[in-house]
Write a protein that binds this ligand. Structure first.
Ligand code: DAH
Length: 347
């Protein structure tokens, strides 16, 4: 090849590699292939050569032009891709950037506890039902074998609603037990139901009392339901809720709507029974948990069940109490203070 052309072709890749913009590339292209290029000058000079030398130079020029055009175009495509990449990188939306976070709440500990309690009984075949918070005295008291003279009906502990008709005596339910009556009125035995919900009492607020709190009621009625069924069921519940090592003890008690009645204590899960000065049980070794008993025949009479053919047991527990015992919470007011430092401990 013509030595001048060979030099141009040899130098071209280096020159092109140094090019960083399309404008620069246009300039280098003009330098290599344009009107003032070595190629153009030799092309012009071809006419003044002796005829026998013209074809060789013509072929060299053609070959050099083809090589240079190919080199320029290859660089152009590469450069266009580099530029597109650079722009894409600069314009990229950084999806890892922290967005404005909407604070997500969580279920209140009381409702988490209700759910957990209900799930334990649902796994035993119970159904979950809810009832009205504004009750009439018949369901809240009379049908539950609690006559008008009973101290629980005193104005001082019960919130009555004054609609001007003392005969209907509407009140805010003082416990979830009225749903025992409503459920049995609406269903034939056998029944197995748990009833979570709010209850109301005219109590003064302190570390262990709120005028509004939650209970879960339970009722199981059928042929030949015995006290041993009550014990087995509630022992299973206590172990599911507090852990498999939990011991239970039943103490005789009194409720108008059960006979016999009992209170259920669980062994202290913190000291496992009687460590003097235990922070949770105070050294007692036992924690009071709930009330229970065999359904009183008078209650069956009130709902039209035959006390000679069915028996049953019932129980009622305070949800705040369950949560306080399990999490060593020492003040019931924490549940309603809406202090996020408290609530966030139970996500
Ligand atoms: N209703 C009772 C209360 O509020 C709790 C209770 C005790 C419910 C014994 C029952 C039961 O069903 O059998 O104090």
């Amino acid at each position: 090849m013509n030595p001048q052309l060979a030099e141009v072709v040899e130098a071209a890749p280096g020159k092109l590699a140094a090019v960083q913009s399309l404008e620069e590339l246009d300039r280098v292209e003009a330098e290599l292939l344009g009107r003032r290029s070595v190629l153009a000058q030799l092309q012009k000079a071809i006419g003044s050569l002796p005829p026998e030398e013209r074809p060789a130079l013509g072929r060299d020029l053609q070959q050099a032009r083809a090589t240079l055009v190919e080199l320029v175009e290859t660089r152009r495509r590469a450069l266009e891709r580099e530029i597109a990449d650079r722009v894409a990188t600069a314009d990229r939306v950084d999806v890892t950037l922290d967005a404005f976070r909407l604070p997500l709440g969580s279920r209140h500990l009381i409702y988490q506890t209700i759910e957990e309690v209900c799930e334990i009984f649902v796994s035993l075949g119970y159904v979950v039902a809810e009832g009205p918070e504004a009750e009439i005295a018949w369901y809240n008291f009379d049908a539950l074998n609690t006559p008008p003279t009973h101290p629980a009906r005193a104005e001082t502990d019960t919130l009555y609603i004054d609609f001007g008709d003392p005969a209907t005596e509407p009140l805010l339910r003082t416990h979830t037990s009225p749903m025992q009556i409503r459920w049995m009125e609406a269903h034939r035995p056998p029944v197995a139901v748990v009833v979570p919900g709010k209850v109301y009492r005219a109590d003064t607020i302190d570390a262990s009392h709120l005028p509004v709190f939650h209970q879960v009621e339970g009722l199981m009625v059928g042929e030949d339901v015995r006290f041993s069924d009550l014990k087995g069921t509630l022992a299973h519940f206590a172990r599911s809720f507090f852990g498999p090592q939990t011991q239970v003890r039943f103490r005789p008690s009194f409720f108008p709507f059960t006979e016999p009645s009992a209170e259920l204590d669980v062994s202290c899960f913190a000291c496992r029974g009687g460590e003097p000065g235990c922070r949770v049980c105070g050294g007692e070794g036992w924690l009071e948990l709930l009330g229970c008993g065999m359904v009183d025949p008078n209650v069956f009479d009130a709902v039209g069940y035959d006390p000679k053919s069915v028996t049953g047991f019932a129980f009622g527990m305070g949800v705040e109490r369950l949560a306080m015992v399990r999490h060593s919470i020492d003040d019931i007011r924490l549940f309603v203070d809406n202090d996020l430092r408290f609530l966030r401990q139970f996500p």
